[in-house]
Structures are given as C-alpha cells and as structure tokens.
Design a protein around this ligand. Structure first.
Ligand SMILES: Cc1ncc(COP(=O)(O)O)c(C=O)c1O
Length: 373
C-alpha cells in the first residue's frame, strides 16, 4: 500500500505552534470549556457527571447524540448517522468501507487532500475534476458528466470547499446528484463547513437530503467550534451506515463518553452556537474583504462558505517559498497552495481572533511590498 504524505497536516504540524500569528486555522474560534458550558447554561456539567462510569459507552455514539445530529438534516433519523473521530475519521471510514482496489473515483481538486489520497492508497483509480478560479471554483458539471461512467463507484465533492470557500448552490448540487444517480455511483460530500455561510440567508441542501446514495460527513470542529472534542459523523442511508459500522469496529470501538455528552449538548443547542458564530463570521469577513479589496497584489473569488479563502498573489515566488519566508520574516502562518495541488495561491483561515487576523494581514501586506518586483 502506498500512502501519500498529507501535505496540509504536515505543514501545520511543523509550524502552527512556532509562529506569533497563525492565520492558517480553519475553525471558527474554538470555545473554551467555560465559555461553552456557560452558553449551554450547564456550568455544573462536570459535577453532574460525577457518578458516570467511564466505560466504552455507546458503540456508534449515544442515541441522544445521533438523534441530535440527524436533526441537522431533513428526513433523517438516528439510524442514518454514525459518530466518528472527527470528519477526518468519518471520511476515512467511508473510503475504508466502500473503496476496493481498481475502483473508479472522481474527486474535485483543490480540496482537502484526504478526500483523494486515501482512496488512492486503497488502490482506487482517482480522476480529478479540477475547479477553476474563472468558474468561481465551482465544478463544471459538463466535465463531471464526461469523467463519470457506469464504472464510477464514487464521486467526491466538498461543500463548502476547503481551500476556496466556494459554495455549490442547490441547483448545481441537484445536477451533481443526477449525474451520480445515472452512473449508479455513491456521492460523498465532505460537509465539514456546512452551515457557515457569509450570507446567513443561504440554506444549502446536504447531498444526503437529495440523493439516496448521497453520503455526508460532518464535523464538530468548524461550525460548532468544538475542535478539541475530535468528533465528526457520517450521515447516509442505513445500508451505507451498516457497512461503515462493520469497519468501524476495527478502528474505533466507541468515542469518548465525555466527548459524546458535550457534543450532545451542542447539537441540542445548535442555534445558540450558530448565533455566536454568525457574529464572528460577519466581523472577520468584513476585516478580510476590506483588506483584499484594497490590496492590488492579491485577488480572490470572495468565499461564500466556511472560514477559509484562497488568495492569489502577484509575486514571483512559489507558494511554498512565500509561506516559508513569511514565517521566517514575519512569524506569520498561511498554507501554501501547493498543499492543494494549486500553485500561485495561499490559503488563509479567517475564523479566529479578529485582532490576530488584522495583524496577520498587516504583516502579509508588509511582506508583499518588500518582495514585489
Ligand atoms: C474539508 C475538511 N474535511 C475534514 C477536516 C477534518 O476535520 P475534523 O477536525 O472534523 O477531523 C478538515 C479539517 O481542516 C477539512 O477542512
């Protein structure tokens, strides 16, 4: 088995704790335990758990947690969900459960590398559907139609998209579902950033609401700001869930009981978290978009979902050289486009502390002017 190294994770692991300004994080400002429990009105949470025995707990996730997750979708029940170790664990489980050597898979690129590298390591033949800046980083569905045929096992998309922040709207999502259905393929959508929209009135379907063989993966890390719980989930039809459950016995047994209880609180009170986070997204997006609009050495397609953006820079250096020099000279961390198979871009994560974001942008500006031709 040949496993490709996971470039974005290697990059972050090397630098994220060694810089003054980290603007590479993709989460919306994670909660402290105190802030979270206060928002939930459950300051006594840990006292209430005093007599809870720390056993394995519920293997697929507690019923309360899976019910809460299922309510994030129209028409699903707890039997359609499975809790995993982060969206990263959820994605892995889907590939581990569905992909066989020689399978044909089509994946969008740029995206989170896990979404195509894991399938390749299991021996699948992965074709890329390249997203282009001139198309607003949205898939060309005609091209998708040409890449897919009866032998396609799985189509992989990521909506909202990391690293570009593009958002596939409902009409295009339906088209993609039709292409998958015609080919008899599963459609996996990594929806880790679902619910984080620049325009709060956006309401985008999940593929699991649109297509019988649509599989959504979700995360407690991004819209729910509970990154440290390391929890995510799969939402799919019962047949897919059962296949994933069979494989999961070999990787997980169960997730932690304390994590499960905290995550249950979160899904039961999603609107409180969404309200807190909508304000962060509004404020930080304003800081970022004003900066980009006034910066001639940078351009972009304004993101519509998630708290990431892909910035095209006008400097004569590779994305990795830019990011390494930005660390050395300005102690500021971005992610090179090369981690996403795309040169000439850097990814910024803008969901964190607003003052740090402003400081990171100001250091990037200095850097750009010190190095322009
Ligand atoms: C698209 C995408 N999927 C999955 C993950 C992993 O998320 P989690 O923290 O839920 O494991 C990330 C993390 O950055 C991501 O961007």
């Amino acid at each position: 088995m040949r496993v490709e190294s996971f470039r974005v994770e290697k990059w972050l692991n090397e630098y994220e704790h060694n810089v003054e300004i980290n603007v590479s994080e993709t989460c919306i400002e994670p909660f402290t335990i105190g802030e979270f429990l206060h928002l939930m009105g459950r300051e006594n949470f840990f006292n209430e758990m005093w007599d809870t025995q720390l056993t394995y707990g519920y293997i697929p996730g507690s019923l309360g947690l899976r019910t809460g997750i299922s309510k994030l979708y129209e028409g699903l029940g707890p039997e359609n969900t499975l809790v995993a170790g982060g969206a990263i664990g959820a994605n892995f489980l889907v590939f581990y459960s569905l992909v066989e050597p020689g399978d044909n898979i089509v994946s969008v690129v740029p995206t989170y590398q896990q979404l195509y590298s894991v399938a390749r390591s299991f021996g699948a033949d992965v074709k890329f559907l390249r997203l282009k800046m001139e198309d607003g980083w949205l898939p060309d569905t005609d091209e998708l139609g040409r890449l897919v045929d009866d032998s396609t096992k799985l189509i992989v998309i990521n909506n909202p998209n990391n690293p570009t922040g593009s958002l596939i709207g409902n009409e295009m999502l339906k088209e993609i579902c039709e292409i998958a259905e015609e080919a008899g393929a599963y459609l996996l959508d990594d929806e880790s950033y679902r619910g984080v929209y620049i325009d709060p009135s956006d309401r985008v379907f999940s593929v699991v609401e649109l297509y019988h063989n649509g599989i959504a993966t979700g995360s407690f890390s991004k819209p729910l700001s509970l990154t440290g719980l390391r929890l995510g989930w799969i939402a799919a039809n019962e047949d897919v869930i059962s296949k994933c459950e069979d494989r999961r016995d070999y990787t997980t047994i169960s997730n932690g009981m304390i994590d499960d209880a905290l995550a249950t609180l979160a899904v039961e009170n999603v609107e409180r978290i969404t309200k807190r986070n909508a304000e962060i997204v509004r404020r930080n997006y304003e800081v970022l978009s004003e900066w980009v609009e006034e910066e001639p050495l940078i351009d972009w397609v304004p993101p519509r979902g998630g708290t990431i953006a892909f910035l095209r820079y006008h400097l004569d250096m590779t994305s990795e050289e830019l990011c390494r020099r930005l660390i050395d000279e300005k102690s500021t961390l971005l992610v090179p486009g090369s981690c996403f198979e795309t040169e000439g871009f850097v990814r910024i994560g803008w969901g964190g502390d607003a003052e740090k974001l402003a400081e990171g942008l100001s250091r990037l500006k200095e850097f750009l002017y010190e190095h322009r031709a």
